[in-house]
Design a protein around this ligand. Structure first.
Ligand SMILES: [Zn+2]
Length: 1125
């Protein structure tokens, strides 16, 4: 054993050279301030030259501040003792060893410092678990180890637990991954790995969304004009598929590098034949359930992409300004309900409407009013104050012109000819004052009429020779804007469409795919509705004496999210899923799902309630075809259970390309083959949201090891109107059930200042750069995947989350704390066999039982934080435990007994019992978040760990650690006392620090602490601990001083009047007098503790009473010379 020890120590020296000696200046400074132990325990004054002396004193200040603050902020506590494991302080210069008295003493035996007899009698830590992560090399090695050992597969096979199915929402196979992808997949992996540790059967099938316009556009953009001419749908599809598969390969490698476990060899791709077949199956079920229909309906149409768009494909950018117009439609007849007294005005009254889309005028089929609203018949007169001025210009009241003359902003509105020519107008009564000022005229109310009394009146279209009715619209007609009368074009708006159905209005939509007016629009044919067509309509209205006012209007307007161009509403022949038909079922299904956070339920409910039928057809080539045939003559569609099943079978075998290259006769089932000539195949493909929305069928319901409904789906909060919804709708429409049990959402990733990441701002954080570093590794170091993962665990992802270089650096520091903790644990367990050396709980000293109680508490909370997906709690809990409870306290006080006691002495084995439990708990508790680090530690365990399944070769095979029940038996009262003791310890450290600064002492072991508590109960407890029932629990060890004296009275303290003293008032402790004097007796050569008994042994005159028997025992077992060899 001794030989192993000395060899291991040598290995450590070689592996971690002294920070000061080996690193560059800047690095050393950082290392030193991080790695140096609190100077409270420094063993000698700092005697260092130049920059290190300076940085050391900075470190000193920071350390002490951190130590003394009762409320340790973690970043400051970072500079506490933990990092300076003995490994980092190899080959100390004289006076440099500060805290590590024991191992420093051992090293004193080394040649350059002098001949020490006891140099190899100290139990120095030993482990090959490197403080330096070397993630760029080590993480891929660990991933390879998992792969070679087939850990995932074996755990899946071996587990007898319930399946846990986290179903992956597919990212789009287009471009590189960004930090948002990393957040998403790492969250999923943390959850999966946690469930694996819990013994669940976990199979994660990652997926990709492969069809759709963006890929089609990429292919088109990569071709020359000539090549494009040659392009057939099937050629385009081949190129698109190649592009998608290539992107999938690249993204897959990046995901794997994050350490994401999953069936990467068999991911689901929406372009795979088996997936496409399942999708057609879902579509077929919806057809059979009567939820699919063909109809002419207004849809969001993108002239720039020449296709219909789904809600999810729209965006509403800031700054859109429309040309809005007020138009007068002359009434040709009053309805019977119209008040008799006003009928005299017949022929002089026009309806005033307002619209932000003048180009929809040719589609006008009605004017809608709200039946409940009051309307006024107003007479137009020029506004008095502006008559003289505007008269000279030949225009009536012209407010904007006035403004212009005063030198203000250019006019936002210009009056139309109808302000002069109209005599009476119908407007909502409440809006009269608003319109007066807007139009710059005087409006005199001549009479009032209810909306319902207007219904059935007729008006003449100012541009086309036709009459149309006044109708009652819905609640959407208000007096918030406009005139209270709504221009209704059923071919260009959803509400108008619904009103049109009610009144059987014609569905006019004289606009083609490119957004140009068609022949139906008469003289406007060929003009573009978003450009010259819009302007031409306004001019024509003005010429027709129908334009009241034109006005620029800023509002939210839907744009195509890909081309960033405005869209229009346009009625086309499309295929629809009749959401109205199964809306209630969808709402019922929503209520069966757990939405995390809860607000998600409101979001998706509102979106489902508000949504109209889902237009699922697209006029593109790169997608899954709608399996429909049309009668060449009548245009009637042919789509039956039989035809769909036949196509589905072909697709399963050959993929959807078959639809494009096969003849109609081959695509039709036998029953229809004979009249194949009568039919043509449809050319529409399905909305890609239908693709990804079918994944519950194509994946969860199709793959072995998965089951419907999935336990969890986890995506960005924008998916309430995207994938969560499309999955829900297809599933409810075909099976009546929700496809998932719970839905977890996360926010978006912003930069450190909370700004959206963009290339132009230069604030994009590339996950690959975080992991592998940049060209200049000094400014862009390689942090590894675990640091990225630690960041994911640290953020509250229910809202938007931040990342930037500073945050990543901070994560890297925390990562080092975790690593340092594991290294300390591993290093001090090299000779501890948990199957043989564990001591019974009841025999352990109080401080050890206190630490196990803390561990049990933390493990319970960590588990709960995983169960509730609150990983930031995991992050805070584990970090605080490692820094405050372990590094700053337990690890600190344990070194003495770990290094000095006999290797198998009680106090050492007791500490190791605690350390072993701590290691085996922590390494598994952090494994979901930091799998590489945890595995690295596991591979460096000094002893094999047996579990129910045999030796756990990897950390994940070990399963989630069970906490011993007896660890929880430590009483609350005792816990409270220990918490107080730690506060007292802080006060003692402050006075020790003062004594050190005054050069009374160097190391804390040169001190004797004097305490006097005025609270009798506290005083008694402290007296009890001064000598202590259990030697390990003695106060001197808690304070790392050589002696502690607890005085009975203030008088006694004053009589002694220690040179360095302080009076503290500690909550729960009361007034406490603390003094520090030099320790009594001489310094032990081996352990550097002071004792009056040093010199009393004849054989070992330089040893203390603790070291002497240890050396005697060792000598009996093995001569010292042999150990040294
Ligand atoms: Zn000693």
């Amino acid at each position: 054993m001794a030989a192993v020890r000395s060899m291991s120590a040598a290995t450590c020296r070689a592996a971690i050279p002294c920070a000061v000696a080996a690193k560059g200046a800047a690095r050393a400074r950082a290392q030193f301030s991080l790695g140096t132990a609190c100077p409270v325990q420094a063993s000698a004054p700092l005697k260092m030259s130049g920059r290190f002396a300076l940085s050391a004193s900075c470190a000193q200040l920071r350390n002490c501040a951190a130590r003394s603050a009762a409320n340790l902020s973690w970043s400051r506590a970072m500079t506490g003792g933990l990092s300076l494991t003995p490994f980092e302080n190899e080959k100390p210069k004289r006076g440099h060893h500060r805290r590590q008295n024991v191992e420093a003493a051992a090293k004193n035996g080394k040649g350059d410092v002098g001949e020490g007899k006891y140099k190899d009698s100290v139990n120095l830590p030993a482990t090959k678990f490197d403080m330096r992560a070397n993630s760029v090399v080590r993480e891929p090695q660990i991933q390879k180890l998992w792969e070679e050992k087939k850990v995932e597969e074996r755990l899946f096979e071996r587990s007898g637990g319930e399946p846990f199915v986290l179903h992956d929402g597919p990212p789009y196979a287009n471009g590189d991954l960004h930090i948002g992808h990393a957040l998403n997949k790492i969250l999923k992996d943390i959850i999966n790995r946690y469930h694996i540790l819990q013994g669940r059967k976990v199979k994660f099938v990652p997926g990709w969304d492969c069809h759709g316009l963006p890929i089609e556009l990429k292919v088109l953009q990569s071709m020359t004009a000539d090549q494009r001419k040659e392009l057939t749908p099937i050629k385009l599809r081949k190129k698109a598929a190649q592009f998608a598969v290539k992107t999938v390969d690249a993204q897959r490698e990046q995901f794997k590098r994050y350490g994401i476990w999953g069936d990467w060899d068999h991911p689901y791709l929406t372009l795979k034949p088996e997936y496409e077949a399942a999708q057609i199956g879902v579509f077929g079920k919806m057809v059979l359930n009567g939820h699919i229909y063909r109809g002419k309906k207004p849809v969001h149409w993108s002239p720039s992409s020449q296709t219909a768009l789904a809600e999810a494909e729209l965006e509403y950018p800031e700054g859109h300004v429309s040309k809005s117009i007020y138009v007068a439609f002359p009434l040709t007849s009053f309805s019977d309900k119209f008040p008799k007294e006003l009928k005299a005005l017949q022929g002089e009254v026009s309806l005033a409407i307002w619209t932000t889309t003048p180009w929809t005028m040719p589609g006008n089929a009605a004017v809608a009013v709200n039946g409940e609203l009051d309307y006024a018949i107003v007479e137009l007169q020029p506004a008095e104050e502006t008559v003289s001025e505007s008269a000279s210009e030949g225009t009536p009241a012209d407010e904007p012109e006035q403004k212009k003359k005063k030198g203000s902003a250019p006019p936002k509105s210009s009056p139309g000819s109808a302000l002069q020519s109209s005599k009476h107008l119908v407007v909502a009564k409440d809006l009269v004052p608003t319109l007066e000022s807007k139009w710059g005229v005087k409006l005199t109310v001549k009479g009032e009429v209810k909306g319902a009394q207007l219904e059935g009146s007729a008006y003449r279209h100012p541009l086309f020779e036709r009459e149309s009715p006044v109708v009652i619209g819905g609640d959407y007609i208000t007096t918030e804007s406009g005139t209270g009368l709504v221009h209704t074009a059923p071919g260009h708006g959803q509400e108008d469409y619904v009103t049109g159905l009610k009144y059987d209005l014609p569905l006019l939509s004289p606009v083609n795919d490119r957004g140009d007016f068609t022949e139906e629009a008469g003289k406007f044919q060929g003009l573009n509705v978003l450009g010259d067509g819009n302007t031409a309509i306004v001019s024509a209205l003005d010429e027709a004496q129908a334009l009241l006012l034109e006005e620029a209007y800023s509002h939210k307007y839907p744009y195509d999210w890909r081309t960033k161009k405005p869209t229009i509403f346009r009625a086309t022949e499309q295929w629809f899923a009749s959401v109205t038909g199964f809306k209630q079922a969808a709402l019922d299904a929503i209520s069966t799902v757990e939405w995390i956070p809860q607000v998600g339920q409101n979001r998706i409910t509102a979106m489902t309630v508000g949504r109209s039928d889902w237009c699922i057809s697209r006029q593109r080539n790169w997608g899954v075809p709608i399996p429909v045939f049309y009668d060449k003559e009548s245009g009637e569609p042919l789509m039956t259970e039989e035809t769909i099943a036949h196509v589905q079978g072909i697709v399963r075998e050959k993929g959807t390309d078959a639809w494009f290259y096969m003849e109609v006769a081959d695509l039709l089932p036998d029953g229809h083959k004979a009249d194949a000539d009568k039919y043509r195949k449809g050319t529409d493909t399905m909305d890609v949201w239908f693709d990804s929305g079918s994944s519950w069928s194509g994946v969860v319901d199709s793959r072995d090891g998965l089951r419907l409904p999935s336990d969890l789906v986890l995506e960005g909060s924008d998916q309430h109107r995207g994938w969560f919804q499309s999955s829900l709708l297809t599933s409810v429409a075909s099976t009546g059930q929700a496809p998932y049990k719970s839905v977890l959402t996360h926010g978006f990733v912003l930069d450190e200042r909370g700004l959206k990441m963009s290339k132009s701002l230069g604030n994009v954080i590339d996950p690959r750069l975080v992991i592998n570093g940049g060209k200049n590794q000094k400014t862009e170091p390689a942090y590894g995947a675990d640091v990225l993962r630690l960041w994911v665990s640290s953020v509250d992802y229910t809202g938007d989350v931040l990342i930037g270089p500073g945050i990543v650096r901070q994560m890297s520091d925390t990562y080092r704390k975790f690593r340092g903790t594991l290294r300390y644990l591993l290093g001090n367990l090299f000779d501890f066999d948990p199957t043989k050396d564990v001591l019974p709980y009841s025999s352990l000293p109080a401080v050890d039982r206190y630490t196990l109680a803390k561990l049990a508490g933390v493990m319970g909370e960590v588990r709960e934080s995983y169960e509730k997906y609150q990983f930031y709690r995991f992050y805070q809990l584990v970090q605080r435990f490692m820094v405050v409870d372990l590094s700053n306290f337990y690890f600190d006080i344990c070194k003495d007994r770990l290094y000095i006691d006999s290797p198998d002495g009680f106090s050492r084995r007791a500490a190791q019992t605690v350390l072993s439990s701590t290691l085996l708990c922590l390494v598994r508790a952090i494994a979901p978040v930091l799998p590489h680090m945890a595995e690295d530690a596991w591979q460096n365990l000094p002893h094999k760990i047996e579990t129910r399944g045999g030796v756990a070769e990897t950390v994940f095979e070990a399963g989630w650690p069970e906490v011993e029940e007896e660890w929880r038996t430590f009483s609350e009262e005792d816990s409270a006392f220990w918490a107080k003791l730690l506060l007292i310890r802080n006060e003692v450290n402050k006075v020790i620090e003062a004594a050190r600064n005054a050069k009374l002492i160097g190391a804390s072991l040169e001190a004797k602490a004097i305490l006097c508590a005025t609270d009798p109960a506290v005083a008694e407890k402290l007296r009890g601990m001064a000598d202590g029932a259990h030697p390990v629990d003695q106060l001197r060890y808690m304070f790392i001083t050589s002696q502690v004296e607890v005085l009975d009275s203030r008088e006694a303290f004053e009589a002694l009047n220690p040179e360095h003293r302080n009076t503290a008032d500690i909550e729960g402790v009361g007034e406490l007098l603390v003094g520090v004097v030099r320790a009594d007796g001489g310094k032990c050569e081996r352990c550097w503790n002071y004792s009056t008994l040093v010199g009393s042994s004849e054989a070992h005159p330089t040893l203390c009473e603790r070291c002497e028997p240890v050396i005697e025992k060792r000598g009996a077992e093995k001569p010292l010379e042999a150990v040294a060899a």
